[in-house]
Design a protein. Structure first.
Length: 203
């Protein structure tokens, strides 16, 4: 189990670089570019975050102490490529691998609320040719269509957060419309590792 936890901590440094994105296909199919980010979010503690508006350089602090939230450290250099589920008592009780938006289609940084949940869902913009649902366990958090949902963690997305099929049912059942979704491009592991070590040692 200790070996597993060490592998968990090292995940960040190896996996993201192997992922690819078909940019020409995306442009041909009218996928909007969101390469320019408007906000930066920096974890200050397990439950406190600094948000910087990159256009105005104004800063504000958001304190999620006492709230349930899901923090995603996106799959990019310097980030973890993981999600962390944090309970209202401040405990990080679940974590797993994710992929996020590709270079031209970055997932937005910031603090959001879940605004729609659907157990079975097909993307309207990118329907699967097979006719099968490709966004199951969908937890939408922006009006632009960004969502957490079941997906492969072996390739980048159009901006959504792909969660591994073994993890997403747990998070879907736990989350509500009051659950915050926090997206950062900084590592959250330093704040989570003590809780995760306890969890995985017990397992």
């Amino acid at each position: 189990m200790k070996i597993f936890f060490v592998a968990l901590l090292c995940f960040t440094s190896v996996a993201w670089a192997e992922l690819t994105w078909d940019e020409e296909w995306a442009k041909e199919n009218g996928v909007p570019s969101v390469k320019v980010l408007t906000h930066e979010l920096i974890p200050a503690s397990k439950t406190v975050f600094k948000v910087i508006n990159l256009n105005t350089e104004k800063e504000k602090t958001i304190d999620l102490t006492g709230k349930n939230f899901i923090i995603v450290s996106v799959r990019e250099p310097g980030s973890d490529g993981r999600f962390y589920a944090v309970d209202s008592d401040g405990t990080v009780w679940w974590s797993g691998a994710v992929t996020s938006g590709a270079e031209e289609f970055k997932s937005p940084s910031g603090v959001f609320s879940i605004i729609q949940k659907k157990r079975h869902h097909m993307s309207t913009l990118f329907p699967d040719e097979s006719g099968e649902n490709n966004m199951n366990y969908m937890m939408k958090f922006t009006n632009g269509g960004h969502a957490l949902h079941e997906g492969s963690v072996d390739w980048m997305s159009h901006g959504c957060i792909h969660i591994d099929p073994q993890d997403v049912p747990v998070i879907y059942r736990w989350s509500t419309f009051k659950t915050k979704v926090v997206i950062t491009r900084h590592s959250y592991m330093p704040f989570a590792q003590e809780d995760l070590r306890k969890i995985y040692i017990k397992r």
